[in-house]
Design a protein around this ligand. Structure first.
Ligand code: PLP
Length: 389
C-alpha cells in the first residue's frame, strides 16, 4: 500500500530524544516529564490546565465522570451526543449511567445539526458533548448562544481537531473542558495518549484525582496540608478523595509528546495545504462529490462525500487497487452499531445516514505530497471516465 490511512510520524529526532531520556532516567512512570508536557500543551493550546492521560477515550471518560460528581448528575440525566463521532464518546455516557440523547449532524462542519440540537435541549439536559470532527471547527458560538443562562456544560471533543480555530480561537477553548487524542495517525502522537484541558481549577483538580485512583497526593501541593489536616488518621499517600480510574500515561510518552509538540504547527500547515489541493482536485469532479470546506480547519483526513451512494464501494475498491487505503467516515451512523440496538428505532438522522452510505476518507499527514495528489487526480479521472452515469 502506497498511501496508508496512518503512517509513522515518529522521526529520528523523536527517537534520539527518547533514547537519551531512557539512558538518563531512573523513572518511567508518571513524573516530571508528564508535568512538563502538560504545561507545554496548555501553553500551545491556550488553556490554564491540562492533564495527560493514556487515550482520548480516557480523557472523555474522566471528563464525564468528574462533571457528574461536581454537578451531582443523577442516573438517567441527559447528555446530548452526535450520531457520528468516535464510539467511546457514546460508551462513556452509557458506562456512567447517563442517558445519551442523539442529535443528527450537519453536512457543512459535521458537528450537530444545530436545529435538531436546539429541539433536544430541555430541563433534563446536563451537558452537550460536542465533537469537532475531522478537523472542522464546529459553530461553538451558535451552541453557546442556545444554552445561555441554562445550567448546561459544554464538553468539546477535539480528538481529531488539534489547532482548528474559530475566529482565531483554538477549538477546545470555548467550552468548559476539552479532550484531545494523541493516538497514532492524529496531528501529533504519543503512540497512545490523550489530554484534558480546561480553565476551571475545580475541573482540573478532579481530573487529577480521577486519573489516578482518586488519590489526594495527585493534587497540586498547595492543597496537601488542607487534606492532611482533615484526615489525620489516614496516611496522606494513601488518602482517596473520590472514585477514580488509573488512566495515567508514562514519562516515555510525555517525552515523545514534548518532542512532537515542537513540530505540530508545521504538521498542521502541511495537512491544511494538502487539504486545499485535495479540494481543488475534487472540484474537477463536482458532479460526483459534495466538497465541504471551512475556514479554521486543521485537516485530519481527506473526505469523499459522493452524491451517489452506489459509487462509494466501487471507488473505494478502485483506490485500494491503486494503493490508496480508505475507511468509513469515522464509523458512520453509530445508531446502526449492534450494541446501540436499543436506539436503532430512533429516526430523524438523515445527514448521519447520508454520511454512512455515501462517505469515506483517506489519510492526510506530512507525507502526503504532490506525487500522491497527482496519483489521486489521475485515479479519479480514470474512475469517473468509466462510471459517469
Ligand atoms: C472524535 C474522537 N473522539 C475520541 C477519540 C478517542 O481517542 P483515542 O483513540 O485516543 O482513545 C477519537 C479517536 O480517534 C476520536 O476520533
Amino acid at each position: 500500500m502506497l498511501w496508508r490511512l496512518q503512517e509513522n510520524i515518529i522521526d529520528q529526532k523523536n527517537i534520539k530524544t527518547l533514547i537519551d531520556f531512557i539512558k538518563s532516567t531512573e523513572r518511567y512512570t508518571q513524573f516530571t516529564k508528564v508535568k512538563e508536557f502538560e504545561e507545554a500543551w496548555s501553553k500551545w493550546q491556550g488553556r490554564k490546565y491540562s492533564v495527560f492521560v493514556n487515550s482520548g477515550s480516557s480523557a472523555n471518560l474522566i471528563i464525564l465522570d468528574l462533571l457528574k460528581d461536581i454537578y451531582k448528575w443523577k442516573a438517567g440525566d441527559e447528555i446530548i451526543v452526535p450520531t457520528i463521532t468516535w464510539i467511546t464518546d457514546i460508551s462513556s455516557v452509557l458506562q456512567l449511567g447517563l442517558t445519551p440523547i442523539f442529535v443528527d449532524i450537519n453536512l457543512e462542519d459535521f458537528s450537530f445539526n444545530y436545529q435538531d440540537l436546539q429541539s433536544k435541549i430541555n430541563r433534563k439536559t446536563k451537558a452537550i458533548f460536542l465533537s469537532h470532527l475531522i478537523g472542522f471547527p464546529a459553530d461553538m458560538k451558535k451552541v453557546k448562544k442556545m444554552i445561555k443562562g441554562k445550567n448546561i456544560a459544554i464538553i468539546e471533543d477535539c480528538c481529531e481537531s488539534h489547532g482548528a480555530t474559530i475566529d482565531n480561537i483554538k477549538v477546545g477553548n470555548l467550552g468548559d473542558v476539552s479532550s484531545f487524542s494523541f493516538y497514532w495517525g492524529h496531528h501529533m502522537t504519543t503512540v497512545e495518549g490523550g489530554m484534558v484541558s480546561t480553565d476551571n481549577e475545580k475541573i482540573y483538580k478532579y481530573a487529577l484525582l480521577k486519573r489516578s485512583h482518586g488519590l489526594a497526593r495527585e493534587l497540586p501541593p498547595k492543597y496537601h496540608a488542607y487534606y492532611k489536616r482533615r484526615h489525620k488518621t489516614i496516611d496522606f499517600n494513601f488518602l482517596f478523595l473520590t472514585t477514580g480510574f488509573n488512566v495515567r500515561n508514562t514519562e516515555l510518552s510525555a517525552v515523545l509528546g514534548l518532542s512532537q509538540l515542537k513540530k505540530i504547527d508545521q504538521y498542521i500547515k502541511i495537512r491544511n495545504a494538502n487539504h486545499k489541493k485535495f479540494v481543488n482536485i475534487l472540484k474537477k469532479y463536482s458532479d460526483f462529490f459534495a466538497i465541504p470546506y471551512k475556514d479554521g480547519i486543521s485537516s485530519f483526513c481527506l473526505p469523499f462525500i459522493l452524491k451517489k451512494a452506489s459509487l462509494k464501494k466501487p471507488l473505494q475498491k478502485f483506490l485500494t487497487k491503486k494503493g490508496i487505503e480508505s475507511r468509513p467516515f469515522i464509523s458512520g451512523n453509530l445508531l446502526k452499531q449492534p450494541f446501540l440496538k436499543k436506539y436503532s428505532k430512533l429516526n430523524g438522522f438523515p445527514n448521519a445516514d447520508h454520511i454512512h452510505s455515501n462517505a469515506f476518507y483517506i489519510g492526510n499527514n506530512q507525507f502526503v505530497n504532490e506525487n500522491r495528489l497527482e496519483l489521486l487526480d489521475k485515479t479519479l479521472s480514470e474512475f469517473f471516465d468509466n462510471n459517469h452515469d
